[in-house]
Design a protein around this ligand. Structure first.
Ligand SMILES: *Cc1c(COP(=O)(O)O)cnc(C)c1O
Length: 340
């Protein structure tokens, strides 16, 4: 049943029962598209690089997969509401799925660090918004404490149902390709998604090499210690102390993969390449995996075989960053002939 959401599609592999009220917006079943120009840029043959367009989910990011299940389970548990801290996409997804479920939704957002499109979604869906004068990691601590005290369900990626829902992305990749890719590339912030994809691949008995990418100014997993003041244009991965640290390291080591860092300049350049050469507009964090592939290629170390890059969120999430890209706009009076 395509288009009916991740639970209807993968029910036997998910922790639901006949009594679980399923909250869905038709998430999942996102396109996996060939990217031959990106492949060429990485010195790889045509047909070897594929993009999983998670921006095509209902709220524009992969967070919908995990949120569909987390909110369904919160409803089953008769919670009064859901609560999260967020760099933006988690709050957008929580707000939408809570609205659909008829639950209260409270979101803790780090001040001044949430992209405009994501904030607009939380506002529009009627979430109760708390602006925290601090970074994401501090907002998460506050959110967790408040949830425990007030009987709300925390829907950050520490919620096990988030990970369970997100692993369905790996099922779709294997189904679309007919087998697992040789290497799986994705951005890493709190590391819930790399944990989820690795679990999904393992449940199918496959083991692609997992390559996670952090921003250079927010690369705790690369340095091996938390980053106190994470900085990067890729706000979705501006995380200094990942919640799923140990699981990310396990995915890397068990799969003989790697977790590396890319600079903001590399991220923005890869974002532009995807938009201009592939017709795919993703948000900055989502360009980190291609930036990583290009970095490995420059060092002569791009993995051989099929590479899948997960483009985690839609470009329209962060219009301010996009509008900073230099472009020439010609101004003319209406009427008359225009010569190109
Ligand atoms: C949440 C998010 C990430 C990071 O995912 P984690 O599970 O926190 O590692 C990357 N990109 C986008 C667009 C996101 O919304």
């Amino acid at each position: 049943m395509r288009g009916s959401g991740i639970v209807a599609r993968w029910r036997s592999r998910l922790p639901v029962t006949a009594r679980t009220p399923i909250v869905t917006l038709g998430e999942g079943d996102t396109p996996l598209v060939r990217a031959d120009r990106a492949a060429a840029a990485a010195g790889k043959p045509a047909g070897s690089v594929w993009l999983k367009l998670e921006g095509c989910n209902p709220t524009g990011s992969f967070k919908d997969r995990g949120m569909a299940l987390a909110v369904s389970k919160a409803l089953e548990a008769r919670a009064t509401g859901v609560l999260c801290a967020s760099t933006g996409n988690t709050s957008a997804a929580a707000a939408a799925y809570a609205a659909r479920a008829g639950l209260r939704c409270v979101v803790f957002l780090p001040k001044g660090k949430v992209a405009a499109g994501k904030l607009a979604q939380a506002v529009m869906h009627g979430a109760e918004i708390v602006e925290v004068d601090g970074n994401f990691d501090q907002a998460l601590t506050m959110a967790a404490e408040t949830a425990t005290k007030r009987g709300f369900v925390l829907v950050n990626s520490s919620n096990p149902f988030r990970i369970e829902g997100q692993k369905t992305g790996a099922f779709e990749v294997v189904e679309a390709l007919g087998r697992a890719p040789a290497a799986h590339f994705m951005p890493v912030g709190n590391a819930g998604n790399i944990t989820a994809y690795w679990r999904g691949y393992r449940e199918l008995g496959t083991r692609p090499r997992m390559f996670g990418w952090q921003a250079a100014g927010a690369a705790p997993l690369v340095h091996g210690r938390p980053v106190r003041f994470p900085r990067t244009v890729a706000t979705a991965i501006r995380i200094g102390n990942p919640v799923s640290w140990a699981q990310a390291v396990a995915a890397r080591d068990e799969s003989r993969g790697a977790i590396g860092a890319v600079t903001d300049a590399e991220i923005l350049s890869a974002q532009r390449l995807l938009a201009r050469a592939e017709g795919v507009f993703c948000e900055p964090a989502s360009a980190a995996p291609l930036a990583g592939l290009l970095r490995l290629a420059r060092a002569g170390r791009a993995p051989s075989g099929t590479v899948v890059c997960v483009l985690t969120g839609h470009g329209l999430k962060d219009p301010e960053t996009a509008m900073k890209a230099k472009t020439k706009i010609r101004r003319v009076k209406a009427g008359g002939e225009f010569r190109l």
